[in-house]
Design a protein around this ligand. Sequence first.
Ligand code: APR
Length: 270
Amino acid sequence: MDLSLISKTADLLIASNHAIVLTGAGISTESGVPDFRSPGGIWEQYDPAMFFYERFLANPNEVWEALIDMHGNSDFTLWEAQPNQGHQALSYLEEIGIIKTLITQNVDNLHQKAGNKNVVEFHGNLLFAKCLNCGAKYGYQQVLKDVEHIFPPVCSCGGTLKPDAVFFGEAIPQKAMIESTKEANLCDLMLVIGTSAQVEPAASLPLIAKGMNNMLIGLANIPVMKTHCSVVEINREPTPLTGAVSDFLIQGSAGEILSQIAERIKEKKR
Ligand code: APR
C-alpha cells in the first residue's frame, strides 16, 4: 500500500469542491460478500446468463430458485452482512461534507447501513423485490418467507415479483442514470473503488468525469461542463481504467486504504 498516494488522496479530498465516489463489489468483500469476477466470485458459482432480464421474464422460477439457493448458501452473507471499515470511512467523508454523492453498483445496502445518505443505487437494491405489473415494492426477507407457499412470488395485484436489482439487458433506473451522469460531469474528484470497470454504462462514469465520454452526457441532455477532474482508483489489482483514465491506482485492500485516508484527513483537520 503506497503511503504517499494515500496522503496525496487525502490532500485531493480536502482540496476538492465536489468529490464523488463510484463503488463496486470489491468494497464489500471484506464484509463477507463475494464479488463477481474474482476467483470464487458469484459468477463462478452461478451462471450469469441466468440473470438476463429477458430470461427472467421467460422463466422467473429458475431465477427465484437460484436466489433462494444463494440465500441459503453460507457463502452469500449478503442479507446479514455488516459494513466494513471501508464503508465506514466513506460515511465519515460524507458526514464531514467532503463526499457529495456516492454512486454504487452494489445491491447489498451496505453504504446505507454505514450511514451514507446521498447514495445513488445504479444497479438497484437486492433487499427489495418489485412487481413487474404495478411497481409495488416488497421487502426481500418477507418474499423469501412467502415463496415457501407461493412460487414464484406474486404481488397482491397478481403481477410477478422480480428482485429489485438491475439484471443484464435491463435499463438502469432513469433517475439513477441521470443523477450519476450529472455528478460525474460536475465532480472535480472521483474515487473509483473495488470495481473491475467492465460493465457498462457504470464503467463510462469515470470517463465522463475526465471529459472523455460525452455520449452519455448527450443522452442525459446535460451540457458538457468538464473542468479538470482527478480520478483515483482503489483496487486490489489494475483495471482497464488504470493508466488510461485514472490518475493513479492505490493497490491493496479497500478497507485498509480508505480507513488510512480517513485517518490522514482527521489528522490534517486537527
Ligand atoms: N479491496 C480492493 N479491491 C477489491 C477487494 C478489496 N477487498 N475485493 C475485490 N476487489 C476488486 C477486484 O480485484 C475487482 O477488480 O474489486 C473488483 C470487483 O470487480 P467485479 O467482481 O467485477 O465487481 P463489479 O466491478 O462491482 O461488477 C460490476 O457487474 O455482474 C455485474 O451487476 C454486477 O454490479 C455488478 C457489475
